[in-house]
Design a protein around this ligand. Structure first.
Ligand SMILES: C[S@@+](CC[C@H](N)C(=O)[O-])C[C@H]1O[C@@H](n2cnc3c(N)ncnc32)[C@H](O)[C@@H]1O
Length: 266
């Protein structure tokens, strides 16, 4: 069989979080192994698709909130495979001159992001491991597109649960916060063990052990630590569906184990 040209040098037999997430969202950029494991995850955690959609719609509201606060630069760390409502599309609707840098270490996510952006000078895609802030921040494409002397929104949406304490997750986020000047914003969603969990979540976690991206949950207090001394905007750290919902929050989203918050550096 001919490889699709977006596949690049990819281990198609080892599922990845990026491609499984694409599958939950109804995307087409995933392989049989991703779909098979994603279906097993959905078997133990049927709310997986709702979780992905809830995360995605929080991302849209958070980007709009940053834009409304005057932010016109976005560093999207662990940006994923492009799907409906990408950060540059949302940001450009609010401000056509907004600049966006996408960072991911999944080759499929990077290849599709590059194809979608089609040399848009306001945007860049960096293939890098976000656990290496020095490499990300020194990357020439990041510097070409972002001006770190001006406020920037740092997006870490549904990605920090892939970083363990052995990865120095708090130190990594702190280094991104340190380069962000006052007025910058930090947007986070994170799988939480404080929201009442059912047994299926543990089983789903087990299934991810075989992927390129095992994950672990953190408590509310542990998630709050990522914001350091940056105050959280209203309504604080809440379940993603409850963060400034457009309509009354869907009650099903309130029980999803995903906390969301947006903070601003004073
Ligand atoms: C669940 S997806 C979230 C995508 C997007 N942020 C969103 O919320 O819709 C997680 C993404 O993080 C990426 N990722 C995980 N660990 C990473 C790392 N260490 N460096 C860069 N990207 C990473 C995965 O490849 C995947 O695309």
């Amino acid at each position: 069989m001919t490889e699709p040209d977006w596949a690049g040098p990819v281990d198609r037999d080892r599922p990845s979080a990026a491609r499984m997430y694409d599958y939950y969202l109804g995307g087409m950029h995933n392989f049989a192994a991703d779909r098979e494991l994603a279906e097993r995850v959905l078997g133990t955690m049927p709310e997986g698709r709702l979780l992905a959609r809830t995360n995605r719609s929080f991302l849209r509201r958070a980007v709009l909130a940053c834009a409304a606060a005057g932010i016109d630069q976005f560093l999207d760390l662990g940006s994923g495979i492009p799907t409906a409502g990408n950060v540059h599309e949302i940001a450009h609707r609010a401000n056509p001159s907004a600049h966006v840098v996408y960072v991911d270490n999944d080759p499929v996510a990077v290849a599709h992001s590059l194809a979608l952006l089609d040399d848009d000078p306001r945007c860049a895609v960096v293939r890098a491991d976000l656990r290496d802030p020095a490499a990300v921040l020194a990357h020439p494409d990041a510097h070409r597109v972002l001006d770190f002397d001006r406020p920037v929104a740092i997006l870490l949406v549904s990605v920090l649960h892939f970083l363990t304490d052995a990865d120095d997750a708090y130190g990594v986020v702190e280094r991104y916060r340190q380069v962000a000047v006052p007025g910058s914003m930090l947007v986070v969603t994170h799988g939480s063990s404080d929201v009442e969990l059912h047994a299926g979540v543990g089983a789903a976690q087990e299934l991810y052990q075989g992927t390129t991206n095992p994950w672990g949950l953190r408590t509310r207090a542990e998630i709050e630590r990522f914001f350091g001394d940056w105050p959280l905007l209203d309504p604080g750290l809440v379940t993603a569906g409850a963060w400034r919902p457009d309509q009354p929050a869907d009650p099903r989203t309130a029980s999803l184990p995903l906390l969301a918050g947006v903070a601003r550096r004073p």
